[in-house]
Design a protein around this ligand. Structure first.
Ligand code: SF4
Length: 333
């Protein structure tokens, strides 16, 4: 029984969104006259999102976070495992029906908004696609939503190119929420914005979460951002969850050596550099050629002999979950 299943049965509460032993492989072109290579972007991943929570997913670029986001949105099917919404496999849910309940906010508002449409029609578009209301009613709802995200109605006729980056992201948030979805998957929603604007957008997302009772899955490489918004945090490394805990516990006493290194990197003068070299040696490994055993072992200051051979399993306890041989439940007998 996977750790996820165990937790689900124990808690007695069905998760709103659940990934069970989910994997995703890609076949990658390796160049002229060379055989295609396999990229295993996500491997045996278990995850639960409960109603009303903000689950932060954190990890370096290339760890599989965005592939996970696309799978949870139903945009990329998993090659193994299942993703369930309220207990139903999303593979069996019509794309439109899924979009009504699960909406995205992506990193780049520049490319995710149609440059030729007015922002009122961009926000009204999901209502139009789902045949909700008539044209004047949809426009009215779109303008109300724009005002709710802090954009005055006088901007309703503007196109995205007439707005700042922060304003564009507000439009993307209004579009995501206009259908009152149950879940919003936020994939690096503030990474393309100026630092001065990031906090405004994060606080707006939190206000809207309270107002609409929506659940967020919040993906970011930036620990400070995740700490600001998340109620629970899962740390990803090379396609797997290596630690999970409620946010306060994880930031106060991280258990996995990778989480500890990530937190230490926030304390370096240049936090944008990610995991610091000190004590870790090598940089992020090639996802197409992941290390055997624990994928973190070439960079881990606490690696033992077995770490190069045996992959630890994600083991749950009262503090959360961790996949590391330093914790007895993670080692197969
Ligand atoms: Fe480090 Fe071994 Fe734990 Fe992996 S399993 S994080 S290599 S101690």
């Amino acid at each position: 029984m996977s750790g996820l299943t165990h937790a689900t049965v124990q808690g007695g509460v069905r998760p709103l969104l659940e990934a069970r032993d989910v994997g995703r492989r890609f076949s990658v072109n390796a160049g002229l006259f060379r055989a295609r290579r396999v990229l295993q972007a996500v491997r045996g991943l278990d995850l639960e999102l409960h109603r009303g929570e903000v689950l932060g997913i954190v990890g370096e670029s290339g760890c599989g976070k965005s592939t996970l986001a696309r799978m949870l949105l139903g945009l990329t099917p998993p090659t193994s495992g299942r993703i369930c919404l309220d207990g139903q496999d999303i593979a069996g849910i019509d794309r439109k029906a899924l979009a009504r309940r699960v909406q995205p906010v992506f990193q780049d508002p520049y490319s995710s908004l149609n440059p030729r449409r007015s922002i009122a029609s961009i926000v009204a578009m999901p209502l139009e696609v789902h045949g909700i209301g008539d044209a004047p009613g949809r426009r009215r709802r779109a303008i109300e939503m724009l005002e709710r995200v802090g954009l005055p109605s006088r901007l309703a006729g503007h196109t995205p190119s007439q707005l700042s980056g922060g304003q564009r992201q507000r439009v993307a948030i209004a579009r995501a929420l206009v259908m009152r979805p149950e879940i919003v998957i936020c994939d690096e929603p503030t990474s393309a914005l100026d630092v001065s604007v990031q906090a405004q957008i994060l606080n707006l997302l939190l206000d809207l979460q309270q107002e609409f009772g929506v659940s967020y899955l919040f993906i970011s490489h930036n620990l400070a951002v995740v700490e600001h918004v998340a109620t629970r945090v899962a740390v990803m490394y090379l396609g797997r969850i290596v630690e999970e805990a409620d946010a306060r516990t994880l930031f106060a006493s991280p258990r996995h050596p990778y989480t500890q290194a990530l937190l230490a990197s926030v304390l370096t003068p240049e936090p944008g550099l990610g995991v610091p070299e000190t004590g870790l040696g090598l940089s992020f490994p090639d996802p197409m050629n992941p290390p055997a055993g624990c994928a973190f072992h070439p960079r881990c200051a606490r690696a033992m002999t077995r770490c190069a051979q045996d992959a630890p399993v994600l083991s749950r306890d009262r503090s959360g979950a961790v996949a590391c041989h330093l914790f007895p439940g993670s080692s197969r007998p």
